[in-house]
Design a protein around this ligand. Structure first.
Ligand code: SF4
Length: 346
């Protein structure tokens, strides 16, 4: 795939496409026709846009790049989860995970090549960040997943490689295209943005006025432990994080999900359970407990089932809504925190 100096067509907003058409001497209404082909018919080339003139298709091809991803590896897991590895135009690799469950067809997308935040139990964050994904590349991850499912995507989660708020502009642009009724048309509440606790990003999202779901990786109930597990805590400690989460909940009236990866004898003790309750009981929220997916780069072990049950008891007793997510796809390293572009890590 050649390196484009042009923009990806899947990263262009409808009004921008309309403006480009007008500037190119074409009628504005063509923009919605083009979007129909891109997001409803999900075509794979300009030539398939049969109600668009050849002249306009040539102009489009000159101005924009059509395809952003080239799938190179597809791994199935015994649980039904699939990991897709794709090459970007500059040779970088990116992963996404397809997670089917009941009537849901969820795709977990990446927002960056690598990640700068270095959470200790995350394979994606061990080698720093190479670059941000462009909106067109993120949207292309979703379209690729839909093609692979052979069916409509029902949920998108930004929980793959990268920190979405470290690439705020492009992530929000992708979300607008995916949410636009003339675009991919997926309800905002079916899109979840997950952050490791980038406080300015949460503040920006609450001012954005878009009703996406927000999930915050907490993983520890006190600063000392959280700083050990998640270096982001040195920049935005728990008091600042919880303050902005409370503000977010008050202003948006939306409930935040706190992700809590459980590491045996590290953050799954009874003292931690009590601290977690004290931290979260003052405002409405939900907690998702995730027994650790063990990785080579971190020697922590997954929690024992009795520790998970003890946490559930404490949280429920305090009236906090709690769920447990047993990671899927361990056999292909597709589980949360185990996404990694193995082909680039020789
Ligand atoms: S868990 Fe998320 S924020 Fe933390 S290092 Fe991994 S990708 Fe980055």
């Amino acid at each position: 795939m050649s390196a484009p100096n042009k923009q990806f067509i899947h990263g262009i907003l409808l009004d921008e496409l309309q403006a480009w058409l007008v500037a190119s001497g074409e009628p504005k209404f063509r923009a919605k026709q083009i979007w129909q082909w891109l997001y409803h018919q999900c075509v794979h080339s300009w030539d398939e846009m049969t109600n668009i003139s050849k002249t306009l298709r040539e102009k489009l091809a000159e101005a924009f790049v059509f395809q952003a991803l080239e799938p190179v590896v597809d791994q199935d897991s015994s649980t039904g989860t699939r990991k897709l590895l794709s090459r970007l135009h500059d040779g970088q690799m990116i992963e996404e995970v397809l997670i089917p469950a009941d009537d849901r067809r969820t795709v977990c997308v990446s927002s960056q090549v690598g990640c700068v935040f270095g959470c200790v139990f995350c394979a994606s964050g061990q080698h720093g960040v190479t670059r941000n994904l462009q909106a067109g590349e993120i949207v292309s991850e979703v379209l690729l997943a839909q093609k692979e499912y052979g069916d409509r995507i029902t949920n998108i989660v930004f929980m793959g490689i990268g920190e979405p708020f470290d690439n705020y502009e492009e992530v929000m642009r992708a979300i607008r295209i995916l949410n636009d009724p003339d675009g991919f048309c997926l309800g905002a509440r079916r899109i979840t943005v997950s952050t490791c606790g980038v406080v300015p990003g949460i503040q920006r999202l609450l001012e954005e006025g878009i009703q996406v779901e927000l999930s915050v990786s907490l993983h520890a109930p006190n600063d000392e432990l959280r700083s050990e597990l998640m270096p982001v805590n040195f920049s935005w400690p728990l008091n600042e994080l919880i303050d902005v989460c409370k503000r977010y909940t008050q202003i948006t009236k939306r409930i935040i999900t706190f992700e809590y990866t459980m590491v045996r004898d590290v953050n799954d003790t009874e003292v931690c359970a009590r601290e977690l309750v004290a931290l979260l009981r003052t405002f409405p929220c939900r907690v998702n407990l995730i027994p650790l997916s063990e990785i080579d780069e971190y020697d922590g072990k997954t929690s024992r089932p009795e520790s998970v049950k003890m946490f559930i008891r404490y949280l429920q007793k305090a009236g906090i809504n709690v769920t447990v997510r047993w990671s899927k796809g361990l056999d292909v390293n597709a589980a949360c925190g185990q996404l990694r572009a193995q082909h680039t890590e020789a």
